[in-house]
Design a protein around this ligand. Structure first.
Ligand code: PRP
Length: 192
């Protein structure tokens, strides 16, 4: 098992992966999204609900780009499946602390892949009677959205490839990379 710095060295040298979104590009886009949300919610105090685990990096950066009052909460969902594919079954792992009824809710996702998580959360949160309910995602796999889902704010549309970094994991690791990378089929070698 390799240590983190040797894995990072391999990744930054393009071994088993390629850079998709640089740290600078992500920061610029997160700032724009923050500005857009601040304009749209001017005079309001939305609750941003981060979807764990993957959404924690994005929400941390996004709220610091907001120029309006906001509250933060987290929801943890997971899909049963293997390392690279979601199985289509979503599990809710915690309850929210906040009262959703009558509030403006913005769900913060790191990635929308099949769209099943968004669809699940849309159904679940709608039952709690928010005043408004919107979704923001850093990454949208546009070709993979087979479901009838609406995402209101999208950072980047990306191709249908396996991505890691900036909150997204490979086997629970690599969430702490500052950029987003596409892993290829040799990715297991990173951890040999
Ligand atoms: C990822 C991601 C989204 C979901 C999107 O979570 O964080 O919540 O998949 O996929 P979908 O559009 O196909 O539903 P994952 O289940 O990998 O858990 P994690 O965030 O804890 O890594």
């Amino acid at each position: 098992m390799q240590n983190f710095s040797s894995v990072v060295q391999k990744i930054t040298h393009g071994e088993c992966c390629r850079l998709l979104l640089s740290e600078k590009k992500i920061q610029k886009r997160v700032k724009e999204l923050g500005q857009q949300i601040s304009r749209d919610y001017h005079g309001c105090c939305p609750i941003l609900i981060g979807v764990l685990k993957g959404g924690f990096v994005f929400i941390a950066d996004l709220i610091r780009e907001l120029t309006i009052d906001c509250e933060v909460d987290f929801i943890k969902i997971s899909s049963y499946g293997n390392k690279k594919n979601s199985s289509g079954k979503i599990k809710l792992n915690n309850k929210l602390d906040c009262q959703v009824e009558g509030r403006d809710i913005i769900v913060v996702e790191d990635i929308v892949d099949s769209g099943l998580s968004v669809k699940f959360l849309q159904k679940h949160l709608s039952k709690l009677k928010p005043r408004t309910l919107r979704f923001v995602t850093l990454l949208l796999k546009s070709e993979m959205v087979q479901q009838d889902v609406n995402v209101d704010y999208v950072g980047f549309e990306i191709p249908s490839e396996f991505v890691v970094g900036y909150g997204l994991d490979y086997s629970q690791k690599l969430r702490n990379l500052r950029a987003v990378y596409v892993l290829d089929n040799e990715a297991e070698k990173l951890f040999d």
